[in-house]
Ligand binder design. Structure first.
Ligand code: TGC
Ligand code: FAD
Length: 386
């Protein structure tokens, strides 16, 4: 029988292990999480107890090796992101920031002591991490950051502030990128360090089931070994961003799938003018268009995943995937909203929640415009950011 959410039989391109992992994550979310998300979204919370549950499932730092991490392949990790975001982008954000940003920074650029100290706790979800790159005045252009780290004897003193930081208020450790005399460097800041403060970003209308914080670093004194010894320049945080952006390529298709299947069910049930609205050509054109973009987006994610597993995924390829899949997911969510009519704006259905979330996803991890410019540079050889 035709699966309307898999018209190209992409399931057949997955290994049995990947399908099992995907089904396990989906079942866990169905049984334990899915029906709680609308309540969390309404209240603007994401209970931190979710993290140890994700840890038990092996979802935190799942693409990393050793230190209690699952060592999963890129496609398996992508499928997990897809299932999480089919629930809510906030869940995928928690996992992206923990695994792809904070843990990847420590795994790739940390000392052995830093890895031993943090990674097993973070993989289990007992310690949450955040990743502070963006500042109030420096978002797309982090090269202009003002947060500084200066030496005082063997210690470091950090001063400055970060903005829009996912997991900031629930983190035990913050990966902070700061300007030093030798260029941009990364630091592990335990959040109980005197002078470190995390304040909630209030009044969010998007990504509400996610903790978003402003971080203040007011003369935070850190020992010499707080510095990530192998992170030199912006290349280091950007390497972490590649990982998280890759997860979003898949995650966005999860949100899209949930909107599409919701609209499909609704169109079959809802009758107007004596017929189910699914029987009208204009509705079918919308559904067919959504199916085409979902199929193409999934194919793109899978292709990038296989390239990544072979070891050759280039940043501009990740940009292509993030740009296309988030843009199309948002379009699918908006179209699904129209099929649901007035019910499309109700919190009883997930569609407008996904659409609102995807507005954040379009901007964070490099905005639509920045990824367009990355592709522009890749095809012309000319950088046009400045
Ligand atoms: P540029 O001079 O081009 O590069 C500086 C150095 O970095 C290297 N590089 C990369 N390395 C690895 N991967 C990449 N994707 C890289 N892009 C650049 C580059 O080769 C160079 O290395 P080196 O050794 O020669 O110094 O840098 P630029 O200042 O011109 O900026 C380029 C631009 C605009 C593409 C970059 O700034 C950018 O990507 N801006 C967007 C910022 C961004 O994405 N911020 C995300 C913050 S984290 C977040 O949003 C988390 S939300 C998570 C969630 O909740 O899910
Ligand atoms: P700006 O950079 O001010 O951009 C504003 C507009 O101008 C955008 O449309 C942009 O595309 C456009 N623009 C900028 N430069 C150019 C150019 N050269 N050419 C054309 N157009 C341009 N950051 C972190 O470090 N860690 C996190 O955990 C994190 N979590 C986030 C969670 C949420 C919910 C959100 C919304 C953001 C988060 N961010 C995080 C921040 C995010 O990465 C930034 O918002 C993003 O990089 C864009 O920066 P900005 O908001 O300052 O927009």
């Amino acid at each position: 029988m035709t699966d309307p959410a898999d018209l190209l039989d992409l399931d057949g391109l997955l290994t049995e292990e990947e399908r099992t992992l995907r089904d396990t994550v989906r079942r866990f979310l169905d049984e334990r999480i899915r029906n709680q998300v609308p309540g969390w979204y309404a209240q603007g919370v994401l209970p931190p107890e979710v993290a140890p549950q994700f840890g038990e499932l092996g979802l935190l730092g799942m693409h990393l090796d050793g230190y209690g991490c699952a060592g999963a392949g890129a496609v398996a990790y992508g499928l997990a992101c897809l299932e999480l975001e089919a629930c809510d982008s906030g869940l995928r954000s928690l996992v992206s920031v923990q695994g792809s940003l904070a843990m990847t920074a420590i795994h790739r650029f940390g000392s052995e002591e830093q890895r031993q100290r943090w990674l097993p706790e973070m993989a289990a979800g007992r310690a949450i991490g955040c990743f502070g790159l963006t500042e109030p005045d420096h978002g797309s252009d982090p090269a202009g950051m003002r947060t500084t780290a200066r030496r005082d004897g063997t210690d470091w003193i950090l001063d400055g502030g970060k903005m829009w930081i996912t997991n900031g208020g629930i983190a035990a450790v913050a990966v902070i990128w700061a300007r030093t005399d030798e260029g941009i460097r990364g630091f592990l800041v335990p959040t109980d360090t005197p002078g470190f403060h995390a304040r909630p970003v209030g009044e969010k209308l998007s990504l509400r089931a996610s903790v978003t914080s402003e971080l203040v670093l007011d003369s935070c004194r850190l020992p010499a070994d707080a510095q990530l010894p192998r992170a030199h320049g912006l290349r280091a945080p950007f390497a972490c961003l590649n990982e998280a952006r890759y997860g979003i390529v898949w995650g966005a298709m999860g949100a899209a799938r949930d909107c599409y299947t919701t609209a499909l069910r609704y169109a079959a049930d809802r009758t107007q003018f004596g017929r189910p609205i699914a029987a009208f050509q204009l509705t079918q054109a919308k559904l067919a268009g959504m199916a085409v973009e979902l199929s193409k987006g999934m194919l793109l994610a899978l292709r990038l995943g296989r390239i990544k597993e072979a070891g050759g995924l280039a940043p501009h390829q990740v940009s292509l995937g993030k740009l296309n899949n988030v843009r199309q997911a948002l379009e699918i969510a908006r179209t699904a909203r129209t099929i649901l009519g007035a019910n499309g704006i109700s919190a009883e259905y997930p569609v407008l929640r996904h659409a609102a979330n995807l507005e954040s996803v379009l901007t964070y991890e490099g905005s639509e415009e920045i990824h367009t410019l990355v592709l522009g540079e890749a095809v012309t050889g000319v950088a046009a950011y400045r």
